[in-house]
Design a binder for this molecule. Sequence first.
Ligand code: MG
Length: 170
Amino acid sequence: MTLPLACRVGQGFDWHRLAPDLPLRLGGVSIDSPVGAQAHSDGDALLHALTDALLGALALGDIGDFFPPTDPRYRDADSALFVREAVRLLSERGYAVLNVDATVFLETPRLGPHKRAMAQAIAMLLGLPGTCVSVKAKTAEQLGPLGRSEAVAASVITLVGPIADDPASR
Ligand code: MG
């Protein structure tokens, strides 16, 4: 049975352990913080969750399938690379991103002042208008590893849709 091309939803989640004196990048934005993410790449949990959401929308796998943390090419890599590759994989299959809604969990520093910059950076990365990207920030109410500032986490949902052009060009 062949299904018609339709909008598809994807979700992603990621978290990283925090440690002193490491850079903290979220949504491609550098955040001034005494702690940063421990990771093979730049540790951008928001862009990692976004990559998984994009891949998940078309059931293509997960970020580890495409960019294994054991691969030296991705050491300290800018995580925008992963998002761009996921978008390319979608576009190869005739799909484009319609919108993104994200929540970042970090106890401290407070991310409220950075929400807009993160949303704008993601919109730029995806080539979307700012009205199509939402980034929300929450603390964990001092509960668990997130609440003890031992980790940063991000949850992302996205909708992708078929590119409205000549189907023969797909
Ligand atoms: Mg990650």
